[in-house]
Design a protein. Structure first.
Length: 418
């Protein structure tokens, strides 16, 4: 009988992971990049000890470091997930070939079990490259499982090289625009990911205690004001890897307990402790978009709110305009097909806001005890008249929907009557 032999390299790697503190440190760094002091605070160990073990991990190529663009005296540490994946499976294959997996990065897969969408926000300084690339990648890879937004504290324009680099991998972000993070203040998110060091230091507080993650990504636009296209390609590759691993984590997280020391907000959203509410109309261009935004404004702490259409088109510009008049920015919203939810989610309440939605609502979205509520509003998109008259009709429908939602919440004890 032969004896399996494990290489010295594999043994060294497994011994490296077997150390309690190093395992704990890796457990933190796979989710977010940290400075030494922050990592020491999270694992409650002295900084000099953390520095020593970071060096051990760095010597094996598991940890990378990058000097902060906000304060050059600081260094951010992150895990090289593809290398960790490769070494882990290579070590297994030394024991038996069946324990090794292909050394290619894992691909994110659709969620088989129904769960609410997660609202994820990417932030960087100018919202021109890194956060725009991340938004486009996550929207493409996450599909119907996530709602993705991006913004910056000094917004400019989406950089042409970012658009080009994304187009080369088949993702069109040409319609995305640079937004100030103030446009999203007051909205609730499950997760906020900062992708530059400067904006991390100035990140505002958002309601709902979202999980905050930092990815220290180099700015592809040089400080001299010039640009280097290959750097944009590198950033796309790095963010694609990070987002792929993030999605794998999120897809599995709903079957696991929350990590110690972390807010339960994300896990509550993934377990669906808040009732899922869907507003349905024909095109998801006006009425259902307004209703989604208004209920989220009034009661995002109580309901997970969505909207969709039977034959989705695009969010009507007048919808964006009249909602912005009351402080709600819907520019990042998109029209969604209700059939995309079938097989992925069930809803506790479905509000049909047009007659066609009432007749054709997919029953596969309903639970046995689901409520299906009919609210009929005229379609402002169908109104014929001058531009000013059309806008007035959109305002009228917006106000009727707002009043209906407020009345419904008051009746359910979910909104104070003022």
């Amino acid at each position: 009988m032969s004896t399996a032999t494990v290489s010295t390299t594999s043994l060294d790697f497994l011994k490296l992971l077997a150390h309690d503190l190093r395992w704990q440190m890796l457990g933190e760094l796979v989710y977010s990049d940290y400075r030494v002091q922050e990592l020491a605070d999270r694992v409650k160990r002295p900084m000099n000890l953390i520095s020593y073990h970071l060096k051990q991990l760095r010597n094996h190529g598991l940890i990378t470091e990058r000097r902060s663009s906000a304060d050059g005296r600081d260094v951010y540490y992150s895990v090289d997930l593809p290398r960790l994946n490769q070494l882990y499976h290579a070590s297994g294959s030394q024991l038996h070939p069946a324990l090794g997996n292909p050394m290619t990065p894992p691909q994110a897969k659709p969620v088989a079990d129904p769960q609410p969408h997660l609202r994820i926000l990417f932030l960087c300084t100018h919202n021109s490259a890194r956060s725009q690339i991340a938004e486009g990648l996550l929207r493409h890879l996450g599909g119907a499982d996530v709602e993705v937004f991006s913004a910056g504290n000094q917004p400019s324009v989406v950089h042409p090289h970012a658009i080009r680099a994304m187009a080369e991998i088949g993702i069109d972000i040409n319609a995305q625009r640079s937004k100030h993070l103030d446009e999203l203040r007051g909205q609730a998110f499950d997760m906020i990911i900062t992708v530059c060091d400067r904006v991390r230091e100035q990140c505002p507080i958002f309601p709902g205690d979202p999980e905050c993650i930092h990815w220290s990504i180099a700015d592809p636009i040089t400080s001299a004001g010039t640009d280097d296209y290959p750097q944009f390609v590198t950033i796309v590759q790095e963010l694609r890897t990070r987002i792929t691993y993030l999605l794998l984590t999120l897809h599995k997280k709903h079957t696991q307990p929350a990590r110690p020391g972390h807010s339960g907000h994300r896990d509550q959203a993934m377990h669906g402790t808040k009732p899922n509410v869907l507003f349905l109309c024909t095109n998801n261009a006006a009425r259902s978009q307004m209703a989604e935004a208004l209920l989220r404004k009034y009661a995002s702490n109580r309901y997970a709110v969505y909207s969709a259409g039977l034959t989705p088109s695009a969010v009507d510009p007048n919808t964006l305009r009249v909602m912005k008049e009351i402080g709600l920015d819907l520019s990042a919203q998109r029209a969604k097909d209700v059939h995309d939810y079938v097989g992925h989610m069930h809803f506790d309440m479905i509000f049909t806001v047009c007659a066609r939605g009432e007749i054709n609502c997919p029953t596969a979205l309903l639970k046995p005890d689901s409520e299906q509520i009919e609210w009929y509003f005229e379609d402002p998109v169908a109104f014929v008249g001058s531009d000013e008259a059309k806008l007035a009709r959109f305002r009228e429908i917006r106000d009727k929907i707002a009043q209906q939602i407020r009345s419904w919440l008051v009746a359910r004890g979910g909104l104070a009557l003022i």
